[in-house]
Design a protein around this ligand. Structure first.
Ligand code: VGL
Ligand code: ZN
Length: 207
């Protein structure tokens, strides 16, 4: 077991809407589920995140007259990509992939439930100030090392990895446990930001 009890696996947004057939499908999103299940048996702690928007969320293109999905707009905290309606609370799309072994998780963090603020990261909403409470939870449990996998590499996984570094955690991104949206070079851009922030890229076989 890696790093004793002081490490945790953080599985980001493995939900139906990010899998093929979902509202904001990430290519191959469902392929990571068996690996995510294996990883949960290998690491001593697991946290799941769940994108959890109310209907009419301001990150939805449908909430803005004349805007199309994947365009950008300006919200109170800065630029925000507009998405198709996705992960609406209580819907099938917001549920975890049915094969994900959610029983193993110790904590589920729901994020993006404030209408005015999107939340890519598991730690801070997109204003980069409003906390989800996850850093405090992990630190008060003495956890200092995080292994990240999930969807999507270049949005929620990347923002989570960057915030985790900002909070002082050692961060390993499990590359074969992630899939990307890759919008206009977003994957290369976010990989470079993560590298500069000290995120280490590993393969699941390294664990
Ligand atoms: C995500 C866009 C909008 C993600 C969530 O999980 O990467 N991307 N909401
Ligand atoms: Zn979302």
């Amino acid at each position: 077991m890696k790093n004793g009890e002081k490490s945790a696996l953080i599985l980001i947004d493995i939900q139906n809407d990010f899998c093929p057939g979902g509202a904001l499908a990430v290519p191959g999103g469902d392929e990571i589920v068996p690996l995510a299940n294996r990883l949960m048996t290998r690491l001593p702690n697991t946290v799941l995140t769940q994108d959890w928007h109310g209907a009419g969320h301001l990150s939805f293109a449908s909430s803005h007259e004349g805007k199309q999905p994947f365009e950008t707009t300006e919200l109170s905290y800065g630029p925000q990509v507009l998405w198709p309606d996705h992960c609406v609370q209580g819907t099938h799309g917001a549920e975890f992939h049915r094969d994900l072994d959610t029983d193993r998780a110790q904590l589920i963090v729901r994020k993006g439930f404030r209408r005015e603020i999107d939340s890519y990261s598991a730690f801070y909403e997109n204003d980069r100030k409003t906390s989800t409470g996850l850093a405090g939870y992990l630190k008060s449990r003495g956890i200092d090392t995080l292994y990240l996998a999930g969807l999507a590499t270049d949005f929620c996984v990347a923002y989570s990895a960057l915030d985790a570094r900002r909070e002082g955690f050692a961060v390993y991104l499990i590359e074969d446990g992630c899939r990307a949206i890759d919008m206009e070079g977003s994957l290369a851009r976010m990989r470079e930001e993560m590298r500069q922030a000290g995120v280490r890229f590993i393969d699941s076989t390294d664990i």
